[in-house]
Design a protein around this ligand. Structure first.
Ligand code: URA
Length: 259
């Protein structure tokens, strides 16, 4: 039935009113702001665990903004339930730490593909299967960044299941990083990987296996080369940049789809 609620996201077909576009921040605290930046009359829909959702209207299309929580397992739950409700286009907006010395903050990273350092994607496809972004949606992000003059880099993201050892951070409880990850940041840097985050490998793999479309843009809040603690100014700028790029990218895609 159209009113049946999905287990975790607590949404139904009826509640999302035919939305085909999903915007997916990790943080539930960013959902309302993101939705309202697209549509001042956006409506709260549901909240359960890490999944908070609001519905916005942009250029005649309903946009579902739904948080995924941190990491692949909760991303996979959101994607299963949202895809079953009829969502087709998935834009992740997140935050990230950059690992290349020529990338200065603030800036956006548009991911073309992800190094699969997660576990969830392996439940959907063997490790040889690529975690690649959809070209059409990714191009809308690139066009939006250029139009709005937002500093950005386009390339490969390392997507890890853990914030600490998987991203080779030594400021942990034990101070020990297992051998698998010792030296890994330098390796990714030399292989021209731009940044670390925790969701895109799962998101891009899973959405590709569904035959749907996904793209990822993240705002850099730390540079692993220079600075480890994000300050308030950078966090505020990150939020503003993400709100700007996602709104424009959606407008570009919606206008093309309806022409
Ligand atoms: N998110 C991550 O996963 N890593 C960072 O360094 C910053 C944000």
């Amino acid at each position: 039935m159209k009113s049946d609620l999905k287990y975790h996201v607590r949404l139904s077909e009826e509640r999302i009113m035919g939305a085909r576009y999903a915007v997916l921040p990790g943080d539930p605290g960013r959902v309302e702001k993101t939705a309202r930046s697209m549509d001042p009359n956006a409506q709260f829909l549901a909240q359960n665990r890490e999944f908070t959702s609001w519905l916005a209207l942009l250029n005649g299309e309903r946009i579902l903004v739904c948080s995924t929580g941190i990491g692949g397992p909760s991303v996979s739950i959101a994607l299963e339930e949202l895809a079953a409700l009829g969502l087709k286009y998935f834009y992740r907006i997140g935050t990230t730490g950059v690992i290349q010395s020529d990338i200065t903050l603030p800036c956006l990273i548009i991911t073309t593909g992800a190094v699969r350092l997660d576990g969830a994607s392996t439940h959907y496809a063997p490790i040889e299967y690529p975690a690649v972004a959809d070209l059409e949606l990714t191009n809308t992000l690139v066009e939006a960044a250029r139009e709005l003059n937002l500093p950005h880099h386009i390339g490969i993201t390392a997507s890890a299941d853990t914030f600490y050892p998987g991203q080779e951070r030594y400021d942990t409880f034990t101070g020990y990083v297992p051998k698998r990850f010792q030296g890994s940041m330098e390796e990714w840097r030399r292989l021209h990987v731009l940044n670390y985050e925790m969701e895109s490998a799962s998101l891009l793999t899973i959405i590709s296996t569904f035959g749907l479309q996904a793209a990822v843009v993240a705002s850099a809040i730390v540079s692993r080369i220079r600075e480890e603690t994000p300050d308030d100014r950078v966090l505020r700028q990150a939020e503003e940049q993400l709100a700007m790029i996602i709104k424009r990218a959606l407008e570009i895609h919606i206008n093309r789809n309806t022409q």
